[in-house]
Design a protein around this ligand. Structure first.
Ligand SMILES: NC(=O)c1ccc[n+]([C@@H]2O[C@H](COP(=O)([O-])OP(=O)(O)OC[C@H]3O[C@@H](n4cnc5c(N)ncnc54)[C@H](O)[C@@H]3O)[C@@H](O)[C@H]2O)c1
Length: 348
């Protein structure tokens, strides 16, 4: 039995609690939040017996062998390092950290502790993505020549996810003083993983432009200074030589949460659009590229990150995406900030 604690009990923790509650062999035994009222309501809703308002206290007293860190980004590194020092298996929400130095420390500490470590890149739950990786590994696309991907949200112009102007969960995401790396760190982090997991090649260089639109920049709202980037545009090159274009924004009116990817190769191409389907991809392979003709491939849903984390803990086996992958993506994010500041490409 995996005795699990959730640290941070906001919006994402609700989703996690619903998912973990359904997994056999996993028991939610403790919850922690600096907001006592919130953690008590959360614990009562999900029938969690132990409640804490301090992560160190939980780690010292609760009978847990694994924790999930679901706080705002700035607390991922300090809480994860404490959890690893206490010998706990750790699932950490993305982004793994707010800088590469911390992400490396977390990776090294997890290795030293010999525990299961996973970063929650949730789009790995798409079986279409896994299939794309298998097709590319089997050589069906030939040599990868180009790729493009985008992650579009619109909560700065839409109320679909609530009113950001009065909601702390949206306000901390716009404030660098609260540890936010803007849209790049919030959802660009997913995009960087999503685009290259199927290709299986690391980033070699990035040329990035980060933008904070002027009619928001520097404004204050409920104690949060709105200065974090809200658009990121990246021109990248991979170690295998493939060039790609990635972009993400919170200003994509008409898109609640749209993530898509196209990969082109000498022998074929594939496209994934998660707005349409998590478990379907379009392919244009072999002779079909001459027409061109596209076909739809349906894939069978696999295990979720949450299921895979619990299985890994029960077997004490490594799981992907691990902290090393989270750190590798964080290194690209750090490079994006340097590139945008210096207005030139940066090697990774
Ligand atoms: N993987 C995904 O697809 C996905 C989706 C949404 C959010 N997230 C990530 O999940 C994390 C939480 O996001 P959210 O939307 O739930 O934010 P949120 O603001 O709704 O919730 C964060 C909670 O953490 C609590 N908290 C703050 N500091 C704490 C501390 N030191 N110890 C314990 N609790 C603390 C806050 O009081 C709040 O209740 C973020 O890192 C975010 O990037 C990931």
């Amino acid at each position: 039995m995996v005795n699990l604690a959730l640290i941070g009990t906001g919006g994402m923790a609700r989703h996690q609690a619903e998912q973990f509650s359904k997994i056999k062999g996993c028991r939610l035994v403790a919850a922690c939040d600096v907001d006592e009222e919130r953690v008590r309501a959360f614990a009562s809703k999900f029938d969690i017996p132990e409640v804490y308002t301090d992560a160190a206290d939980l780690l010292a007293k609760a009978d847990v062998n694994a924790v999930s860190v679901v706080t705002p980004d700035a607390y991922h590194a300090p809480i994860t390092l404490q959890a690893l020092a206490a010998g706990k298996h750790v699932l950490c929400e993305k982004p793994l950290a707010t800088n590469y130095a911390d992400a490396r420390k977390m990776t090294a500490a997890a290795r030293k502790a010999g525990v299961v470590n996973m970063v929650q890149f949730s789009y790995r739950n798409s079986s279409a993505l896994t299939k794309a990786r298998a097709l590319i590994a089997a050589g069906k696309l030939g040599t990868i020549t180009h790729f493009e991907a985008s992650y579009l949200q619109s909560w700065l112009t839409s109320r679909a996810w609530g009113d950001w102007t009065v909601t702390p969960a949206w306000l901390w995401r716009q404030s660098s003083a609260h540890g936010s790396m803007g849209v790049l760190g919030d959802i660009g982090v997913h995009l960087l993983d999503f685009a290259t997991f199927p290709i299986g090649s690391d980033y070699r260089s990035v040329n990035c432009t980060l933008k904070t639109l002027n009619f928001i920049k520097g404004k204050k709202r409920l104690g949060y200074t709105l200065d974090a980037n809200d658009t990121a545009i990246m021109q990248v090159e991979l170690a295998n030589g493939a060039p790609g274009v990635l972009h993400t924004t919170r200003w994509a009116t008409g898109h609640n949460n749209s993530i898509s990817l196209k990969i082109h190769g000498t022998e074929g191409a594939l496209a994934i659009d998660l707005d349409k389907n998590y478990h379907e991809l379009s392919v244009c392979l072999g002779k079909d590229r001459h027409t061109p003709a596209w076909k739809t491939l349906r894939t069978r849903p696999g295990s979720s990150n949450f299921q895979r984390f619990i299985t890994a803990v029960r077997r004490n086996k490594p799981v992907d995406p691990d902290f090393a992958r989270g750190a590798a993506i964080q290194k690209v994010i750090d490079a994006c900030f340097v590139s945008s500041r210096d207005r030139k490409p940066v090697k990774i």
